[in-house]
Design a protein around this ligand. Structure first.
Ligand code: ZN
Length: 95
């Protein structure tokens, strides 16, 4: 079944469900814990980020901008919060 995350070992998005919290990559057989999280976009000190006029960026979670980072927003940046727009990440159990 195609999933909204990819295998960290081979890049496949085709997984079989083992249970609610575990999936296995169909291609390379790696087993993963499925972690749900809301990632934070973090812009570090010293970074120089420009979202140009034609930018249309959607950030899920939070934007965290460190002191010292330079961020110019000329385009559109949308920050989405809430559980509906959930991202997933995988933690490798064994390859
Ligand atoms: Zn894989």
């Amino acid at each position: 079944m195609m999933k909204p995350y990819e295998c960290t070992q081979c890049g496949s998005t085709d997984f079989e469900d083992i249970n609610l919290k575990k999936v296995r990559c169909v291609y390379c057989g790696s087993l993963f814990h499925l972690l749900k999280n809301e990632p934070t976009l973090s812009i570090n000190d010293g970074a120089n980020v420009v979202f140009g006029k034609t930018a249309n960026v959607e950030v899920r979670g939070d934007i965290q901008i460190e002191k010292g980072a330079r961020v110019d927003i000329l385009g559109k940046v949308t920050v989405l919060k809430g559980k509906k727009q959930q991202e997933f990440s995988l933690k490798l159990i064994k390859g």
